[in-house]
Design a protein around this ligand. Structure first.
Ligand SMILES: [Zn+2]
Ligand SMILES: [Zn+2]
Length: 458
């Protein structure tokens, strides 16, 4: 009985958590119930996302506010939709159709009673987490004013406009950003200049996301005293950094940190594509450092760890470009051509160490003897430890008999050449089994006889 209760409990837990894990809108009302409205929140329907976000803010939610969009709906234009609470938006394939497309966070003071911007209102007053699923065209924007942490999570949002946060007024507040399965495409309404920009400390993880026709796709200009950890996994950049207007800093991936800031970038399996006739403006696929004429001479720490990625990585120092945007000092830029099989290992002093796995040491090599096989040894990269080529076993050597004894292992020389195992061996064994069978049969017979005899006597 007890077991059944546990099974039931496990079943209930599984059913309860599966929709959460899959990011599905479990509490979504039927599309028919929306009428002309497009967003549902807490028992009411709203014509636009903007109005729903105002309703969330005015409701002073204690927990996570959950918004549901009508499947595939146009949730209206959105400019600076104020967000200051934990919210989840289930987009259901709906799209933001205009304005600046953005949720505004920690930029303006708002009043929770009127839902309006107010001189006597407040900035962000707590750490918040904003999750958005399947909502196309959306953006998040802010100019930080507080120390509160902002966690942003976007999953399967297509043609997102941008994520853009500056920290000029306050450089302490962390921003953590996760993008999974999203896309940015300037041909489909995404901001053509930059897709993801942050100068705050925090962790940024972007996976399975595409960037198309963006001047500076991932644009990091770290201006705090903290650490950014940025990871790109399986992202594709197509025809990015073509724009002449961003010639002095444009790159599909651009990472700059000011003195005192640290940015660690990890790139795994990125692809940089340029369609026929296109090439980037000349700062490589990944640009580290600010080479502009007015950039600070001393800049912060940027490290790059990169695997499974073919890319030109360019490191620039200030005044590589002059004020007119022409190259003045070629010495101030260094290009490293990295093939897919190469690896860049993060290095605090020099950004990275290029490892082409060509510094080889032999590991585990062993000579064969007359009693043990040998091994040619594995060819191992002495920089990263990767096994470049597995070794092979080497067959045993012959014994070296002298005066009836092997001079190497001391084994006595067999007196005569070992014969092929005779067929008689098999026959002999059969005879032995037969004999055993006979003996045991005789014993059994004797025992039975003895018992009978005993019974008669009783
Ligand atoms: Zn290596
Ligand atoms: Zn031997």
């Amino acid at each position: 009985m007890k077991n059944r209760i546990w099974i039931l409990l496990a079943l209930i837990m599984t059913l309860a958590f599966v929709p959460l894990l899959a990011g599905e809108a479990e509490g979504k009302p039927d599309d028919d119930s929306f009428g002309l409205n497009t967003v549902y929140y807490n028992g009411k329907y709203y014509p636009t996302l903007k109005e729903a976000l105002t309703a969330v803010y005015m409701s002073k939610p204690a927990g996570v506010a959950e918004l549901y969009c009508k499947t595939g709906a146009d949730v209206g234009p959105l400019t600076h939709g104020h967000v200051a609470d934990d919210i989840i938006i289930y987009g259901n394939g709906a799209r933001v159709s205009g304005g600046e497309y953005d949720m505004e966070i920690d930029t303006y003071m708002f009043d929770r009673n009127t839902g309006n911007q107010s001189e006597t209102g407040s900035f962000l007053d707590k750490d918040i987490t904003v999750k958005v699923y399947d909502l196309n065209g959306i953006a998040a924007w802010g100019q930080r004013n507080t120390n509160h942490t902002i966690n942003l999570y976007f999953e399967n949002c297509k043609n997102m406009n941008r994520i853009y946060f500056t920290n000029t007024a306050n450089d302490k507040g962390r921003i953590n950003v996760t993008l999974s399965g999203c896309s940015f495409d300037a041909n489909q309404g995404s901001n053509a200049n930059t897709s993801v920009y942050s100068n705050a400390p925090g962790d940024i993880l972007i996976s399975d996301t595409t960037f198309t026709d963006i001047a500076v796709g991932l644009n990091i200009n770290h201006k705090s005293a903290g650490v950014q950890n940025i990871t790109l996994e399986n992202c594709t950049f197509t025809d990015c950094a073509l724009s002449a207007s961003t010639k002095t800093y444009g790159a599909p991936v651009r990472i700059v940190a000011r003195l005192g800031a640290t940015t660690n970038l990890t790139v795994e399996g990125a692809k940089f594509h340029y369609s026929a006739g296109n090439q980037n403006v000349g700062n490589g696929d990944v640009l580290i450092g600010d080479g502009r004429y007015d950039a600070p001479e001393k800049q912060g720490t940027v490290t790059l760890q990169m695997t499974d990625t073919e890319a030109d990585v360019v490191v620039q120092k200030a005044m590589y470009y002059d004020e007119a945007g022409n190259v003045t000092d070629p010495q101030k830029a260094q290009t490293t051509v990295v093939s897919r099989s190469d690896m860049l290992i993060a290095d605090t002093d020099n950004h990275f160490i290029l490892d082409c796995h060509d510094q080889i040491s032999l590991v585990g090599e062993k000579q064969a003897t007359c009693i043990a096989e040998g091994y040619t040894g594995d060819r191992v990269c002495s920089v990263c430890g990767m096994v470049v080529e597995k070794g092979k076993s080497i067959p045993k050597t012959e014994h070296n008999f002298q005066n009836g004894v092997c001079t190497m292992c001391g084994m006595a020389q067999p007196s005569e050449p070992a014969a092929v195992p005779p067929r008689t061996g098999e026959g002999n064994q059969r005879t032995l089994w037969l004999a055993l069978l006979l003996v045991s049969g005789a014993c059994l017979a004797a025992a039975v006889l003895a018992r009978r005899k005993g019974r008669h006597q009783a």
